[in-house]
Every structure is written in structure tokens, then in C-alpha cells.
Design a protein around this ligand. Structure first.
Ligand SMILES: Nc1ccn([C@@H]2O[C@H](COP(=O)(O)O)[C@@H](O)[C@H]2O)c(=O)n1
Ligand SMILES: C[C@@]1(CO)OP(=O)(O)OP(=O)(O)OC[C@H]1O
Length: 160
């Protein structure tokens, strides 16, 4: 068994769609990034890469590479997970928290869970858990200047 953790944060700006966990959420602002800036999928990607000892998302998909400009982060997660699988690992479970003062994530959590489970080739949806917290109006997250995500992932050896 191997454990990995992931963290990501992106700034909230006007004129961008808000995409979290592969779900487009109606909101007045979206996340700024080189890719689609899906903060949750980036943290999951880092957690599974980290558990496998494969570095981080920026090593595999540099934000200086025009190839990844506007990239769909579900595609990045699937590509990273293919490398994790090729290294002999599979995900046992992923537990994630989205740190967002707004908007409410709860109504979208099941759709995020389904996307993530599909991308990690998990038939058992309970192996992916998406939680959310406000930041109690404290700091840059509490001022709605950005949204963050924290993730832990467990890997096991094998292909089953
Ligand atoms: N962006 C968010 C933040 C929170 N939730 C849900 O509200 C519950 C209470 O959050 P607190 O930060 O006030 O503790 C939390 O457990 C989530 O269920 C949410 O859906 N979206
Ligand atoms: C995903 C990548 C690549 O497009 O860019 P961003 O969307 O800016 O995301 P970030 O979490 O800062 O880092 C990973 C990057 O390499």
C-alpha cells in the first residue's frame, strides 16, 4: 500500500467558467489557470502521482507547454493515472476536500464523484469521497479570492 497527498489552489477571476471535479458550476467567477484550472482534479492528480513516487502534475504537464493551455483536467488526470497504473499501482480510495467559501459544492458532489471514479477506473463510487468546507470567512479563501482542494489517496499494487 502507498499513500499520497495533494493540494492545489487557484484564484477566482471574472470571465472564466468554474470547473471543479469536471463539473461546470454556475457562478459569477471561475478559476484562473493555464489549463481549465480544475483545482480538485489537480489535487487528486498530485495525490496519485505522489503515492506512486512519480513527482507532480507540473512535472508531467508543465504550465509552460502550450499543449496544456486550456486543457481538460479530466484528460490530465486520466493520463497521469495511466502512468501510475503502468508503474504497477491502482487506486484503493480517494478522499478530497474542496475549500470554498462559495459556491456550495454539496449539490455537485455526486457528479464530481462519478467523474473522478470514471477517470480512476473505479466501479465502486464509495472509493471516491468529495467533501467541502467554507473557510469561515477567514483569509484569502474566506474572502472568495480563490478555491483550494486537499486530497489523500491510497494505492495498492496490482491490477484488480
Ligand atoms: N463550499 C461549500 C462549503 C461547505 N459546504 C457544506 O456545508 C457544510 C458546512 O461547512 P462549514 O465550512 O460551515 O463547516 C459542509 O460540511 C458541507 O457539507 C458546501 O456544500 N460547499
Ligand atoms: C495543469 C497545469 C498545466 O496546464 O497548469 P494550471 O492549470 O495552471 O494548474 P496548476 O495546478 O497551477 O499546475 C499544473 C500545471 O502544469
Amino acid at each position: 500500500m502507498r499513500v499520497g497527498q495533494g493540494f492545489d489552489v487557484h484564484a477566482l477571476v471574472e470571465g472564466r467558467p468554474l470547473i471543479i471535479g469536471g463539473v461546470t458550476i454556475p457562478y459569477e467567477k471561475g478559476l484562473k489557470g493555464h489549463s481549465d484550472a480544475d483545482v480538485l482534479l489537480h489535487a487528486i492528480t498530485d495525490a496519485v502521482l505522489g503515492a506512486a513516487g512519480l513527482g507532480d502534475i507540473g512535472r508531467h504537464f508543465p504550465d509552460t507547454d502550450p499543449q496544456w493551455k486550456g486543457a481538460d483536467s479530466r484528460m490530465l488526470l486520466r493520463a497521469a493515472y495511466a502512468k501510475v497504473r503502468a508503474a504497477g499501482w491502482r487506486v484503493v480510495n480517494v478522499d478530497a476536500t474542496v475549500h470554498a467559501q462559495a459556491p456550495k459544492i454539496g449539490p455537485h458532489a455526486a457528479a464530481m464523484q462519478a467523474n473522478i471514479a470514471a477517470d480512476l477506473e473505479l466501479a465502486d463510487l464509495s472509493r471516491v469521497n468529495v467533501k467541502a468546507k467554507t473557510n469561515e470567512s477567514l483569509g484569502y479563501l474566506g474572502r472568495k479570492e480563490g478555491i483550494a482542494a486537499t486530497v489523500v489517496a491510497l494505492l495498492a499494487a496490482g491490477t484488480d
